[in-house]
Design a protein around this ligand. Structure first.
Ligand code: CP
Length: 309
């Protein structure tokens, strides 16, 4: 694979290779004194058309841990604000010969379109409602390190699935790796024909959480909703917000995940989110750097091997 545009199309072996490599980077990802020179002389451009805290900073940290040059494009102060198009922006950056472009965009498919126009490797850092592959990979690494395996687990993905690229990438990755996936959401926040994803679908948390090993909560993406579609936050938390009472319907040792950013008190109870015995949310962020180091390593391997010959 020249680019990483989505989980779709990856094999169990592809995913295992990335997770094994990421595992080997965990120690290095935590310590600046363990920096390697793997990407010395290579350039990574972060191009984020949508806001980000975790993804952008962890790609920057990952690239710096591997000694790459990192350029963070600030979209808000770029010529995009003067009307330059996505493709013209891509071609302008391409003329500076980046080896990797990390791209987030509000439109599904925009990152794929850009990948067809540039010479370097492109990593999808989230495109609209489509995919967020490095998030699913870091979630998988977090689960695997805590539970030893992904195969055979039952994972419930809960909440605003309709607007979630994290859900789409996780639904695919978890099933490729042999987990059973359930979706739990109000009917208005389910995608159309959710059964096409090969998952079980529930509209009630009590029923859906029975015998679940991992509960993945999603942010209510109010910014992607319009008018009558917006639920009342108080009512939403009552029926779909994860608190200790609802978590008790799952397995006694069930673990809680959330990709962030969280709306505390909307989709998740604040105290439960911070419970270090039940919540993996902090570990998810930590694994983000190791997973992104592994993705940068894998995608720049042909370049490095070519340069060595
Ligand atoms: N989970 C995630 O993608 O977070 P950011 O939007 O902060 O990057």
């Amino acid at each position: 694979h020249r680019h990483l545009l989505g989980i779709e199309g990856l094999s169990p072996l592809d995913i295992s290779l990335i997770l094994d490599l990421a595992d080997s980077y965990v120690d290095q990802s935590r310590r600046i004194d363990k920096k390697s020179e793997l990407m010395k002389g290579l350039t990574v451009i972060n191009l984020f058309f949508e806001n980000s805290t975790r993804t952008r900073t962890s790609f920057e940290a990952a690239a710096k841990r591997l000694d790459a040059d990192v350029i963070n494009m600030s979209v808000s102060s770029s010529s995009i604000k003067k009307g330059e198009t996505l493709i013209d922006t891509a071609m302008t950056l391409n003329a500076m010969h980046p080896d990797v472009l990390v791209v987030r965009h509000a439109n599904s498919g925009a990152v794929q379109l850009l990948s067809e126009k540039v010479d370097g490797a492109v990593i999808n850092a989230g495109d609209g409602r489509h995919e967020h592959p490095t998030q699913a990979l870091l979630d998988a690494l977090t689960i695997r390190r805590r539970r030893g395996t992904i195969g055979g687990l039952t994972v419930a993905i809960c909440g605003d699935i309709a607007h979630s690229r994290v859900a789409r990438s996780n639904i695919q990755l978890l099933q490729i790796m042999g987990a059973r996936v359930r979706l739990i959401a109000p009917p208005t926040l389910l995608p159309s024909k959710p059964e096409r994803f090969g998952v079980e679908v529930f509209t009630d948390m009590r029923e859906g959480l029975q015998d679940v090993d991992i509960v993945m909560m999603l942010r209510l993406q109010l910014e992607r909703m319009q008018g009558a579609f917006v639920p009342s936050v108080r009512e939403y938390f009552h029926f779909f917000g994860l608190d200790r009472q609802k978590l008790s319907y799952a397995k006694p040792d069930a673990l809680v995940m959330h990709p962030g950013p969280m709306n505390r008190g909307v989709e998740i109870d604040s105290e439960l989110a911070d419970d270090i015995d039940r919540s993996l949310i902090r570990q998810q962020v930590e694994m983000g750097v190791a997973v992104r180091m592994a993705c940068l390593d894998v995608l720049t391997r042909p370049l490095r091997e070519g340069a060595a010959q």
